[in-house]
Design a protein around this ligand. Sequence first.
Ligand code: GDP
Length: 363
Amino acid sequence: GFNCGIVGLPNVGKSTLFNALTETVAAQAANYPFCTIEPNVGRVAVPDPRLEILARIGNSQRTLPTSLEFVDIAGLVRGASKGEGLGNQFLANIREVDAIIHVLRCFEDGDITHVEGSVDPERDAEIIELELMLADMESLEKREPVLHKRARGNDREAQQLLAVMQPILTALREGRPARTAIPEGEEETARRLQLMTTKPVLYVCNVDEDHAATGNAFSDKIAARVAAEGGAMVMVSAAIEAEVSQLAAEERGEFLEGLGLKNSGLDRVIAAGYQLLGLQTYFTVGPKETRAWTIVAGTKAPQAAAVIHNDFERGFIACETVSYDDYVTFKGEAGAKEAGKLRIEGKDYVVKDGDVLLFRFNV
Ligand code: GDP
């Protein structure tokens, strides 16, 4: 599965958000730094309105959404790359996630300590980014001499890694994240360097309850920054999300509407995380269940089948394919087939988001 690590300075609302996300009531959130020591991991359903629609057409007994994993990573502070706070431990946790959700405190509350003494999300973002860049730089500098030695001995892999590493090191030394310096077409090699500042980032602006819909001066600054740098941002009020997560599903809509919100911030965080990772969904529809499955955009049919079961990939023959829109328009597989919209696709077919698939395979 894929996962997103929730990072940020202490007391910005990470645990509140994480708990709301995973609907764990056990409130770890407390008003002091370092209260989340062990990384918490939670699996979250990816909301998708298409599931219910498909299930109704296909007469399925139930629906099963796909999921995304969230990791609550302990509060990091200025100097973390030098071992301050939980320094090295949290850095190791960040290296293991696929994407970073960077929570920024955009709410004022005199009762809740800010480690830097004031609310300033731009400064906070820079503190964390600097720590990640320093840690990346250190890890590359540690490996550089070894790779040079191997490269002189005509080790092709070492030469390739070094070629990708050089421009990245230059960027890091100039204060730019590694993602800005990956040579064209070398994304795969860059991934093997296992850096943190190559990972995609979603900024989550945690605003006060009164500005959950509109944002505030703090989140406006981050929005401008994200627009300039290119990136993704979601605005939430973690405090509201914590309340929403305690409500019955059927009460949530009304509660949010009362606050001027169209949908829950959590749904937006999950959707943005999914998009950040370049993930897509295909469906299987049967009498027992309609189910959503996650693939990376660009995945071919046999590898998409492997998400269900490894044997499906090995024995893959073909897949019956109907697009989501055709499935709905022609009211199911039989209707789509009659209309000539059911395709038999082979092993080179690139699965599209929303495809309804039925795999044929040898056992
Ligand atoms: P973490 O250290 O980043 O995990 O922060 P927590 O989630 O533990 O939150 C720290 C404190 O801030 C807790 O007392 C939360 O209740 C409070 N808090 C979190 N989000 C909000 C918010 O949106 N508004 C207000 N007023 N307080 C919040």
